[in-house]
Design a protein around this ligand. Sequence first.
Ligand code: SAH
Length: 353
Amino acid sequence: MDDERPDLAELELAELESVVTTLGADRFHARQIFRWLHRRGRERFDGMTDLSRHLRARLDETCTIATPVVTSRERSSDGTQKFLFTLGDGRTIESVFIPDTPALTLCVSTQVGCAMRCGFCLTGQMGLARHLTAGEIAGQVRVLARELELQDTRFNIVLMGMGEPLHNYDATMKALRILAAPDGLALTPKRVTLSTVGLLPAMARLSEETWVPNLAVSLHATTDRVRHELIPTSRQQRLSDLITACRRFPLKHRDRITFEYVLLDGVNDTAADARRLARLLGGLRAKVNLLPLNEAPGIPFSRPSDEQVDRFARSLARSGVTVSVRKSRGRDIRAACGQLIVDGGPRAGSILI
Ligand code: SAH
């Protein structure tokens, strides 16, 4: 990381233009480089064949393109694939490809680890090692789109890998701008879902952006007591304030906020919870995504029975709430929600469990 050369993967087009002009080259070359990199996934200057040999050599000397490297790839029996990426400093993160949700979906990370420490999440147990840079967040998508040959296909992105995206606000939004750029993958906001534990100031900031992704909010409880227990970082916050913030969140025609609700046996899955949840969401343009717990050693909760999940879902539906139950994907390779955990150590880079 002592490399002082600018990392072009980290730059939006306007920034890339100023690097290119500083090198004495014409500004329009920046757009060519941006396209090679973000649309075609080319990370070596010598492959950027419409640039002069001279410019390629100059770029090679003076700039870098940092790229997360795929160091392992596992396939689940259900078609889900989990990718382990090693970053420039040796730290590792995971991303997941889910082929049929029904769309093609890439689930990417925004941090190495996570500071939120939700009691049911393995990533939360490892704590936060560091934030990802915008280049590393967008880089996961760039590399996966190339590896999976999705560059000319429509796919969705969910920021539901490791980390809390709104805790790494600037890098996350910059990565989204890079991915949304017309000369890049031209991702539309409809194809991106940002999942947050509910950081209120950052949610307010997000609502002011011009490019606003779909919002998913991890609710997980219907009383402050239970929510504070499950999500220690929510202790300064009241559920009612979170719901008010959601009511204020700008939604386009027909859009809705997704409320994620992990189901934990005997903790938040009672008939009273279902009633309270329906009441909390009353009048909101919302849908609920139930996440029956993905169990793991070290997680002190259990998954309710399928019958219990079904009862909870039906009760919500009867109250007029749109509800879905998330099918757990890739559990045999620990790619399911809350199961992403890798060794954050600079040298190790192995999956711990
Ligand atoms: N930090 C973001 C993204 C987390 S991952 C957030 O909190 O929303 C996406 C979802 O998976 C979140 O709702 C998270 O609470 C949930 N999750 C975490 N661990 C889980 C587990 N073991 N089983 C099921 N869902 C889990």
